[in-house]
Design a protein around this ligand. Structure first.
Ligand code: CU
Ligand code: ZN
Length: 170
């Protein structure tokens, strides 16, 4: 077996559960904060210089919910505040992911249907997986009670934290 074949197999095994073999990926399992019912799963996959996020969340109130990557990978507090503020390694203002300036951790809102389910599929343009100051591995994902207004600084005024999950390398 030549050494290129060996290298390719090594990459495949190391890449594990990623959507693309060898592409860096990470997962956050969302658990409800005290008194809430929201939970689900968030997956991140790096493709080139973008990170693609997919989320599936249940137990929400119908309507939009602020959805962000927060600074600390710590969901230990009952209200989720142990996760800190929005992940903002580049010192930007809070905003929509579609605006030129926004926190690295600002993601499109989750929109829950009448049964409280939300799914999201989006491309993130600032964060990275596994390297650099914008690396989100070891940080957390927060789902909020209310809609993000994309204007109020530095939170978007999306209210209480209803679910939290630490981002772990997949
Ligand atoms: Cu948040
Ligand atoms: Zn923000």
């Amino acid at each position: 077996m030549n050494r290129w074949v060996v290298a390719a197999i090594g990459t495949f095994v190391g890449g594990c559960a990623g959507v693309i073999a060898g592409a860096p990926s990470a997962t956050a399992v969302l658990e409800p904060t005290r008194g809430n019912t929201a939970g689900g799963k968030v997956e991140f996959v790096q493709k080139g210089n973008k990170v693609f996020v997919t989320a599936s969340v249940t137990g929400l109130t119908p309507g939009p919910h602020g959805f962000h990557i927060h600074d600390k990978g710590d969901c230990s507090s009952a209200d989720g505040t142990s996760a800190g503020g929005h992940f903002n390694p580049l010192g930007k203002p809070h905003g929509a992911a579609s605006m030129p300036d926004h926190h690295a951790g600002d993601m499109p809102a989750l929109l829950a249907d009448g049964s409280g389910k939300a799914t999201l599929s989006a491309e993130l343009d600032v964060v990275t997986l596994g390297a650099g100051s914008t690396d989100i591995v070891g940080r957390s994902v927060i789902v909020h009670k209310d809609a993000d207004d994309y204007t109020t600084q530095p939170t978007g005024n999306s209210g209480a934290r209803v679910a939290c999950g630490v981002i772990r390398k997949a």
